[in-house]
Ligand binder design. Structure first.
Ligand code: PLP
Length: 373
């Protein structure tokens, strides 16, 4: 990423941390298959084991509880699609890799802030004697809203259900603790905290069942077949250790939000009635489509994404904002700004200035014309 560009899209992917890059290059140069018995293989095994300890430490888990995967999507699919539970309950604001992983999943609704409705979840859990798997995320990727995970786990465990938490947007930003939260499974992704894309982990609490989704290798203690992505795993470990203290951007986020609210009349920040993670702002600019904002900000040298972030380059309706009851016309004007490990005050100032320029140029004149017409 060039220094001339202000990157505020860490929820899509965070830039690779230099230390993670260096570790990956070293491993790529060294080569080796961790299953080989000779010294090159043993060195690769040691690299994977070291990263396993670093990733485990990030979420208060034991190294044996870490199953490396190709990312958050695979971790989510591994637990949801592979679950032996015949009933699966997911919250209405989950990432697609949870929401769509299991056909027929029951949906737990959320309130206007996007927080899971615990009474509704309790009713769903009580509706059948069949033990369920419940999946509720740690922090939402579009709004940053935090979920009451410990409470979800308490309700679910009280009726014999298992609990999965997609902590892809939480780990390394807020304190995520497997045993403190009381969950059975946690999903992580390296590229949201400064590792590379294409690597992640499913944390499986000791003694909790997991059905592998592929055959053909005994790696990861028979839980995930396939030769390990050693370089990616090494970078993940280094990034996890660097991110372990959490992210200190709340003051920048608050300054950003105060300024945006002063600039645009009728703008709204979504989810402010609930606890939110420190790095994410989902904000609407009245009358200006998200795509227009994203393009104008890009031209001004600032990278953000549309509130309804997309996997295909196309902006779709945000299922998160829809579940929160946001009218479609307003949801279409929402962008997501997400800060990360290398965000500085100057980045926030640049975004504020670009957003102000756009509002004055486009919104103000258009809205003025519309009112006059
Ligand atoms: N879960 C959440 C909440 C996400 O935001 C993402 C990616 O944006 C994923 C899962 C998927 O992770 P990955 O890109 O590593 O497959």
């Amino acid at each position: 990423m060039s220094a001339a560009f202000t990157y505020l899209d860490h929820n899509a992917t965070s830039p690779l941390r230099p230390a993670a890059f260096d570790a990956m290059v070293e491993v790529l140069k060294a080569g080796g298959n961790p299953s080989s018995v000779h010294r090159t293989g043993r060195r690769a095994r040691a690299t994977v084991d070291a990263a396993r300890r670093q990733v485990a430490a990030l979420v208060g888990a034991l190294p044996t509880e870490v199953v490396f995967t190709s990312g958050g999507t695979e971790a989510n699919n591994l637990v949801l699609a592979g679950s032996r539970s015949r009933r699966v309950i997911v919250s209405a604001v989950e990432h697609d890799s949870v929401r769509l992983a299991r056909v027929g999943a029951e949906i737990a609704p959320v309130d206007g802030n996007g927080v899971v409705d615990l009474s509704a979840l309790e009713r769903l859990l009580a509706a059948s004697a069949e033990p369920a798997l419940v999946s509720v995320m740690f922090a939402n990727n579009e709004t940053g809203v935090l979920q009451p995970i410990a409470e979800v786990a308490r309700l679910a465990h009280a009726v014999g259900a298992l609990v999965h938490c997609d902590a892809v947007q939480g780990a390394g930003r807020a304190r995520v603790d497997l045993h403190g939260l009381g969950v059975d499974y946690l999903s992580l992704s390296a590229h949201k905290l400064g590792g590379s894309s294409g690597v992640g982990a499913l944390i499986v609490r000791g003694g909790v069942p997991l059905s592998p989704d592929r055959r053909g290798g005994g790696q990861e203690a028979n839980r995930r077949a396939g030769t390990e992505n050693v370089a990616g795993i090494a970078g993940f470990g280094v990034a996890a250790e660097a991110a372990n203290g959490g992210l200190d951007v709340v003051a920048l986020r608050d300054q950003l939000e105060t300024s945006l609210m002063e600039i645009a009349r009728g703008a709204r920040i979504f989810g402010t009635g609930a606890p939110r993670i420190c790095n994410t702002t989902c904000v609407s600019m009245p009358g200006v489509k998200a795509e227009t904002q994203v393009m104008a900000l890009d031209l001004a040298g600032v990278g953000v994404s549309a509130g309804a972030a997309c996997s295909s380059g196309k902006v779709q309706h945000s299922s998160v904002l829809t579940a929160m009851g946001v009218p479609p016309a307003e949801a279409e004007t929402a962008i997501r700004i997400s800060l990360g490990w290398n965000t500085r005050a100057a980045d926030i100032e640049r975004l504020i200035a670009a957003w102000r320029d756009l509002y004055i140029r486009v919104a103000h004149s258009d809205i003025g014309r519309a009112r006059a017409a």
